[in-house]
Design a binder for this molecule. Structure first.
Ligand code: PGA
Length: 244
């Protein structure tokens, strides 16, 4: 089981150090769970330092598709890698909606992450309007297909299904709703990679995951872990989710 924390725009370097120093002391209680955190880029150095080699993956929340050049304000995938990151989120719904990221950019970022040695975590998911008009499968698989246009299938990849209406709303998808889309994603990956190799690509669920709903969601056949926003900001709640 994977438990990944997406901090979004929260915490400064001091708060980051305090969080990881506390978490590292409690790691013994979490055996069997793979932990990953996506702090703001400006906190990654502090995170790396306070992890002191603990087995927790670190990743960026976003990056550009070029490693250097005249791109004011952007983050280089290669620099994330050089700073000790192993992963990077790509195409989070907040990037798509607030920052107008297109599928074309997302596809380029997936490639750039893989080229830099990072495992991209492609985030996909439908809005409430799309779900209510019966377009969930079409939207999720469409984003998957377009986002993976330039992927190297031989390199590591994670996928996160995060229905937009469940993100930060407290309105979690039912285990059945999540499982249905996860099974569709798994079928898509099986077609691309073959059933056996497809298993190395984990499919995470995200959207209002909390200690109280993680066990039931996590028991679904095609849910391999969670991408957690709000509840990843507190050590106790991330431990609660991991233990569930
Ligand atoms: P949430 O966010 O857990 O606060 O709903 C999830 C995410 O955006 O990754």
């Amino acid at each position: 089981m994977i438990v990944a924390g997406n901090w979004k725009l929260n915490k400064n370097p001091d708060e980051t150090r305090a969080f990881f120093s506390s978490l590292v002391e409690k790691l013994d209680a979490l055996s069997g769970v793979t932990l990953a955190f996506f702090p703001p880029a400006v906190d990654i150095a502090a995170a790396k330092e306070s992890l002191k080699g603990a087995p927790i993956y670190l990743g960026g929340q976003n990056c550009f598709y070029e490693n250097e050049g005249a791109f004011t304000g952007e983050t280089s995938p290669k620099t994330l890698f050089d700073m000790g990151c192993t992963h990077c989120l790509v195409g989070h719904s907040e990037r798509r909606q607030i920052f107008n990221e297109s599928d074309e950019w997302i596809a380029k970022k997936i490639k750039a992450c893989q080229d830099a040695g990072l495992t991209p975590v492609l985030c996909i998911g439908e809005t409430l309007e799309q779900r209510e008009s019966g377009q969930t499968k079409e939207v999720a698989l469409g984003q998957l297909q377009k986002g993976l246009e330039l992927v190297d299938w031989k390199k590591p990849l994670w996928v996160a299904y995060e229905p937009v209406w469940a993100i930060g709303t407290g309105k979690v998808a039912t285990p059945g709703q999540a499982e249905e889309v996860h099974a569709d994603i798994r079928r898509f990956l099986d077609e691309k990679l073959g059933q056996e190799d497809s298993q190395v690509v984990p499919i995470l669920y995200g959207g209002s995951v909390k200690p109280g709903n993680a066990a039931e969601l996590g028991s679904q056949a095609h849910i391999d872990g969670f991408l957690v926003g709000g509840a990843s900001l507190k050590v106790e709640s991330i431990i609660g989710i991991a233990q569930a």
